[in-house]
Design a protein around this ligand. Structure first.
Ligand SMILES: [Zn+2]
Length: 266
């Protein structure tokens, strides 16, 4: 795309409704180049490519239903009910979880094998749901990949140096990097969602501690795209102590997770 084209494309995007949007997680106004209505469209377009690049879905419908049901419990209490939340377990052995705009959330076999309870799974999915609700993914795509590149794949403008295939974009999407501030917000927002959905919020602390321990042995994928904020465990635990809820009645689901996930993975 030549330079003269950019202002036209940008004007087109802005006329579609982009601009300042209130982030429901922080309550602050943020400049968004992609209008919210396009999030689902973008997620839907790239989800099949991401699945393909990550070895495809785990071929076990009962396991997929369980992962999706845990995710839906959290999504139901989130700030944005208009997205199309769906949770998919992928064959890939890396330790990772990630989201596309609009609510398409993925978790790898490598991650599932390292979790021990349903609350830990809920913590990881809750963290990803916050990235979707806060529109961190759409924001990272527009700033790190470039709005014109994203659109050139959607519209079919043929300019050699800017046209990327969906496959190439898929690779770029999987290497998007969030800021430490976004991570902190996803952690704290994830805790709120877990409590609202009836889960033991220490599940998120345990998941993050497991990931940090793994990362000390060898760098893991989740922490390269979701860089760990400092004192993560400390601020998570501190935040839990300030909340009004009865820990005794929260769900951990160790046996359920073992039966529905660990015993079924080979
Ligand atoms: Zn994150």
């Amino acid at each position: 795309m030549n330079k003269h084209f950019r202002p036209i494309i940008l004007a087109l995007i802005l006329s579609l409704g982009a601009g300042c949007a209130r982030n429901p997680i922080t309550g602050k106004s943020e400049l968004m180049l992609i209008p919210e209505q396009q999030d689902i469209e973008i997620g839907k377009k790239y989800a099949p490519e991401i699945e393909k690049q990550m070895g495809g879905r785990i071929q076990d419908q009962a396991l997929q239903n369980y992962i999706n049901s845990v995710g839906q419990k959290i999504a139901r209490v989130s700030h944005n009910q208009s997205f199309k939340y769906q949770f998919t377990a992928l064959q890939d052995k890396s330790v990772n979880a990630f989201a596309l705009p609009g609510g398409y959330i993925f978790i790898t076999k490598g991650m599932l094998q390292n979790l021990e309870t349903e609350a830990q799974l809920a913590g990881i999915l809750g963290h990803e749901i916050v990235h979707v609700v806060a529109r961190d993914v759409a924001n990272a795509m527009s700033t790190q990949i470039g709005i014109d590149l994203l659109l050139s794949a959607v519209t079919s403008e043929k300019t050699p140096q800017t046209v990327l295939t969906v496959a190439q974009l898929g690779t770029q999407i999987m290497s998007l990097r969030f800021s430490r501030q976004d991570e902190r917000e996803a952690d704290l927002g994830g805790l709120d969602y877990m409590i609202a959905a009836g889960y033991n919020p220490y599940g998120l602390v345990e998941s993050m501690e497991m990931l940090a321990a793994q990362n000390r042995e060898r760098p893991i994928e989740f922490l390269s795209t979701h860089p760990a904020p400092e004192n993560r465990s400390a601020y998570l635990k501190q935040s839990i102590t300030t909340k009004q809820f009865s820990l005794a009645n929260t769900r951990i689901g160790k046996e359920e997770y073992k039966t529905a996930v660990l015993n079924r993975l080979n």
